[in-house]
Design a protein. Sequence first.
Length: 342
Amino acid sequence: MRFKSLTLLRKICSLSLVICSLVFAGSIVSNAQGQDKKPKVSEGEAKGASAINSAPDAAAKLAAAGEFVKKYPKSPLRAEVSGYLVGQIDQVGDAAQKLALAETFQKTFTGDKEQEAIQPVILDAYLAAKRTDDAFTLAASILAKQPENVVLLTRMLIAGTDEAKRQNPKYAPQSQQYGLKAIELIEANKKPADMTDAAWENIKALLPALYQNMGILSLVSRNSAEAQTRLEKAATLNPAEPFNYVLLGSIANDEYQQLATTHKSMPNGPQKDEALKKATAMMDKVIDLYAHAVGATDGKPEYQQIHDQLMQDLTPYYKYRHNQSTEGLQQLIDKYKVPAKP
């Protein structure tokens, strides 16, 4: 009946996180040509920018941009051209192709700001290609210059947690440091100056998930007390999220197993009786947490495997505490079901 924490982690779906990207829509020259506040461009520059816009895909656009930069290296449109290309490359789905295009971009657009702009795209490609060492090396380089880049800090916490779920704890310590910093920035409401209010609200909404990820990393590091604190915080912030109760139940079950083993090895007497009380109280805690998790996952096909595993562990515990009867168990589970959205 022991519910293994690390076995459970392999069953948990990776948290999906949408990171804001630099996507420039529309024509490159639409806001530069014909406005008094912007520098005028030559007919050749306008045609070159138009050729970039009309190219059929990111590779063709990048090739056209290369020709543009050769002819007009100091064009007032260069910043808009480079930003537009970053956005186009970022939308490429194939990681290998994205990385190849990003590397070509780096050879074409060599300015410091241009190089910085393409780094998040390269990082994304590294992670998608499972080049995790390269991703963490690049992230460390970026964060050395931008220590409060909350988007990147969040991204790398989740990347490290995903690796831990795949039984690779190599990045857990570094990811925990990134996660602590991200949580600190969010809880202090330190919105980046260049981030919109809507984007910041999206980042703030990730706080419960960040605490959950930190809890998972604590489990990987075998620090159950720290994991419990972080997961309880996550559950408080998002009571409808079932995995927090799954993991908290697993931690409590491990503690119950230890208490039960200790009780069995003790000689009869008051101390053994007290040990039994502690073990029984911990079993009751496991029952409640598992029932909470079962209720929160009930009727959700994506959680069916975890739901069924929990019921296998929950039922004998409940019967043991209720004279081998399951009477009242369903009512306990029902108490924790998440109401259906209208």
